[in-house]
Design a binder for this molecule. Structure first.
Ligand SMILES: Cc1cc2nc3c(=O)[nH]c(=O)nc-3n(C[C@H](O)[C@H](O)[C@H](O)COP(=O)(O)OP(=O)(O)OC[C@H]3O[C@@H](n4cnc5c(N)ncnc54)[C@H](O)[C@@H]3O)c2cc1C
Length: 599
């Protein structure tokens, strides 16, 4: 822990619950119509929409406790990682990946808190492109084309007035009055406009609405924030409905198994641990897993739904032999590019500790603390590998007006799990210097990873195999992204600030010529970073797809009364950050569940 993280952790334990939080149920009853496991991005939406039906009772079970004022501050994300808000997962070591990280393990945070990973995330609001969903539909997922899902993106959304809302296409693309607050943070460093000017110099459209059908271009970010503070899943979807009598929320309660009747193969409840006591609770209609991309497959496998051979190896009797845990996809990136500047125009950690900014944040919802996860602007681009590059970007460049050199408190490099000696050698000599960062992100990975059980003990973390770069094409595309980022730094817009690439070779890559494709290829294997967009481990697909875990109505194959509704159902990762997509999945699932039960 850093000192500040210790403060966050202490406050997590002692802070009173926010006054408008959904209360923790004093006890869990015997039976409910629906049991929803996990109050993250998917689960919060489902619990909200199902309790709209007054005659239904819903039990929402969440392993974590409440959020608080600390988790609300957009710039402070990196301090939350590694505290009790985070499940604290790390991957298994993989050759040629995460070489600069402690024990060669990539750090994969996940929210363990009401609101789930939407409480730890960087709050960027993106959806991917129409082609992403049309591809899902072409795989046989009836009902998931862009035309089908757009209304569900709009249903959740409450877009604040601003540049995007004023565009002529806004009414068609965006929602007003939904539960989820979306806005463009008003505070900008001088480098934000410079980034947009750089895009114009390079011939890109600026700004664009990257959530529309033509995302290519340079733009400011849209964020899931409300007056400058985080709008998490639970703040958006649960707090406003805390008085509904048919919603029961059990916090700090961990589900350890889905109960499935062996003869009929019907899910009829769950086993859970609360206050160290194990109990059962029964579902009249359905059990809905919203435990996220690692824990939903883990729970399925613990309950006998998964690859038969793997389950036999860990000693779990098989109920349904399905490819659970395969198809793990993520957007790999290389967050090590640092561009030094000759003016005090960036966010350097020691500077923003100034109490003046805290006051500005608290009173006006403005200032540097409102910059979502340190990201101010973004570009969606196409590399020479993009197949349909005029409308489908294969690269994203996330612009941060701060960088690893400004990380004087160490929270940023610890967020990546970077080794201290690596940090010292590459960045240590420039500590406290003004610099900006541009992170290239591979939007259409071909590589796949996998989630497996470590053991049959539900309290053992699952085994996570990233599989990053296992398809060499991914490395080639990401190298192009790195070169695009460097090209941005060479524009007049950034040369005005004397932007220079920090050129200390990464340990382990000194044998390559700095700046060559081979060097950048090597750098990706050392500083392998990601934006935590893992999806796909409970793949949705039609009956003809042997890899599908759930059908297009998100029902687990071979089991009755059981669905998965979270990021794990995505068959192919879209070209955008995954939070809004998960809300969309929750909205659509809730409608399908209603259609199923309300005749
Ligand atoms: C650091 C970081 C930054 C990110 N930045 C962005 C961003 O800027 N924009 C974006 O769009 N996306 C971002 N993402 C990704 C996005 O937040 C996730 O894809 C999304 O929140 C996933 O939602 P989910 O419902 O699938 O899972 P989660 O939100 O993780 O919800 C799962 C919930 O289930 C609970 N749970 C798990 N197991 C159990 C159990 N056994 N019993 C009871 N409860 C259980 C968990 O505690 C959790 O609350 C980021 C993610 C991270 C980690």
């Amino acid at each position: 822990y850093t000192v500040f993280q210790a403060v966050v952790e202490y406050y997590r334990m002692v802070a009173p619950e926010p006054v408008d939080a959904v209360p923790d149920a004093p006890y869990v009853g015997r039976q409910y119509d629906f049991i929803v496991v996990g109050a993250g991005s998917g689960g919060s939406v489902v619990a909200n929409r199902l309790t709209e039906v007054a005659g239904w009772t819903v039990l929402l079970i969440e392993a974590g406790g409440e959020e608080n004022a600390m988790t609300d501050v957009p710039l402070l994300v990196s301090y939350l990682i590694g505290t009790g808000y985070d499940w604290g997962y790390r991957t298994e070591p993989q050759d040629g990946v995460c070489g600069a990280m402690d024990d060669r393990k990539c750090r994969w945070p996940r929210g363990k808190v009401m609101g789930g990973t939407s409480v730890l995330n960087y709050m960027m609001y993106t959806r991917g492109v129409p082609e992403d969903y049309d591809r899902w539909a072409r795989l046989g997922n009836v009902g998931w084309s862009y035309a089908d899902v757009l209304p569900y993106f709009k249903k959740s959304e409450d877009l604040a007035d601003g540049r995007v809302a004023a565009s002529p296409e806004a009414a068609h693309l965006h929602g007003r009055g939904g539960y989820l607050k979306v806005q463009e943070p008003s505070w900008k460093t001088p480098l934000g406009p410079a980034f947009l000017r750089a895009g114009r110099e390079l011939g890109y459209e600026t700004p664009v609405d990257y959530n529309g059908p033509r995302p290519l271009g340079f733009s400011y970010v849209l964020a899931t924030t409300d007056h400058g503070s985080r709008c998490s899943a639970s703040k958006a979807f649960l707090r406003p409905i805390r008085h509904r009598p048919n919603l029961t929320v059990a916090k700090r309660t961990t589900v350890t198994k889905v109960l499935i009747e062996p003869g009929t193969k019907r899910a009829y409840g769950v086993r859970f641990v609360r206050n160290r006591r194990t109990s059962l609770v029964y579902a009249r209609k359905e059990v809905i897993l919203c435990a996220g991309v690692f824990n939903s497959p883990q729970l399925l496998m613990l309950s006998g739904v998964g690859p038969a051979e793997h389950l036999a190896n860990v000693g779990v009797p098989v109920v349904s032999d399905l490819r659970v845990g395969y198809n793990l996809q993520d957007h790999v990136s290389m967050a090590g590019l640092v561009f030094l500047v000759n003016q005090s125009v960036t966010i350097v950690e020691s500077r923003y500790r100034n109490p003046r900014y805290l006051v500005q944040y608290a009173l006006a919802g403005d200032g540097p603390l409102t910059v979502p996860g340190g990201a101010e602007a973004v570009a969606f681009t196409a590399t020479r590998y993009a197949t349909n590059g005029s409308v489908v970007p294969d690269m994203e460049l996330v612009f941060g007006p701060g960088a690893l050199t400004g990380d004087t408190g160490g929270s940023l490099h610890r967020l990546f799990g970077m080794r201290e000696d690596f940090y010292e050698q590459v960045y240590g000599g420039f500590r406290g210097r003004d610099a900006w960062g541009l992170v290239p992100i591979l939007l259409r990975p071909r590589s796949r990873g996998r989630v497996m059980l470590r053991s049959a003990n539900p309290f053992h973390a699952p085994l996570l195999f990233p599989g990053y770069l296992s398809d060499t094409h991914d490395r080639d595309v990401l190298v192009e992204g790195i070169k695009q980022a460097i090209a941005v730094s060479k524009t007049q817009a950034f040369q005005k600030y004397g932007s220079t690439l920090l050129s200390v070779p990464f340990p382990g890559c000194e044998h390559e010529t700095f700046g060559s494709d081979e060097y950048w290829g090597c750098s990706i294997g050392q500083l392998t970073t990601n934006l935590h967009h893992q999806v796909g481990t409970c793949k949705m697909g039609p009956a003809s797809d042997p890899d599908a875990v759930v059908d297009p109505k998100l029902r687990v194959r071979g089991v009755k009364g059981l669905r998965v509704v979270d990021a794990s159902i995505m068959p192919l990762i879209p070209g955008g950050h995954t939070n809004a997509m998960t809300f969309m999945i929750g909205e659509k699932a809730a409608d399908m569940i209603k259609e199923n039960w309300i005749k």
